[in-house]
Design a protein around this ligand. Structure first.
Ligand code: SF4
Length: 243
């Protein structure tokens, strides 16, 4: 495991649990608004703790932390991800995986081995805007395979979309909603401009999305899962339908 960092305690990354968060290094995408750009390229990233150090620390936290989130970067790029999760589960920790969905074959393997307890997948943009959203060329049908695998997994899960002005339009909300299995929760997050965004991508907006755009996404998400605020506290206030 190439680990870039460990957040020892999070109240918001695993629904209803106190979690430690393991950040893996390396990502196959280059989303312009990525909040963890320092993790994307393992060749230039700051070295983080070793996997054994993380496991030793988590062994010492049993009883005070009750879950582990593995996020990135993109965790499914790690060749020994399954072994690492197996070690975490031997310590008694439920594991949530955050993924961009680009490697459905890894997801399938982890699901078949029953190594996951919760899955969160980022759904960046509709197929026609996917490449612009992720900063590289990628075949959207691969993502749909991950969406379907997660939806059919029977595990707690959600999909997440960060609404970005200049990339998303109101009509995209319905397009994305149609890609997600009907019973799957969909979390809507608002793009938050950071100084690092402008440094790396001068064309990125310096404002969050306008309320009308955010509301279009909230309406679609809220119509699917009205209890979504209880599922993930990072979700902005949902706008009820017909408002
Ligand atoms: S998939 Fe996630 S980690 Fe990778 S570039 Fe996009 S936002 Fe960053």
């Amino acid at each position: 495991m190439n680990i870039g960092g460990l957040q020892k305690l999070s109240f918001i990354d695993y629904p209803d649990r106190l979690a430690a968060v393991v950040f893996t290094q390396g990502c196959n995408w280059r989303c312009p608004w990525c909040h963890n750009p320092g993790l994307l390229n393992p060749a230039t990233a700051q070295p983080g703790p070793g996997a054994n150090d993380v496991l030793t620390f988590l062994e010492s936290r049993k009883g005070r932390v009750d879950a582990v989130v593995i996020t990135g970067g993109e965790p499914t790029l790690q060749p020994d991800l399954g072994d690492f999760i197996t070690a975490l589960r031997k310590l008694g920790y439920p594991v949530k995986l955050d993924t961009n969905g680009s490697r459905p074959e890894v997801l399938k393997d982890l699901l078949e081995k029953q190594l996951l307890d919760f899955i969160a997948m980022d759904l960046k943009a509709p197929p026609a805007k996917c490449n612009a959203a992720i900063g590289t060329a990628f075949a959207f049908p691969t993502l749909q395979r991950s969406i379907d695998l997660i939806g059919q997994s029977g595990l707690p899960h959600h999909f997440r979309t960060t609404v970005v002005p200049g990339l998303h339009e109101e009509a995209d909300a319905a397009v994305l909603a149609a890609l997600i299995p009907p019973a799957s929760p969909w979390i809507i997050q608002a793009f938050r401009p950071l100084p690092t965004h402008k440094t790396r991508h001068p064309d990125l907006p310096d404002q969050p999305p306008p309320p009308s755009l955010l509301q279009a996404f909230h309406r679609e998400a809220h119509a699917r899962t009205p209890s979504i605020r209880q599922i993930h506290p990072k979700c902005p206030e949902p706008v009820p339908p017909n408002t």
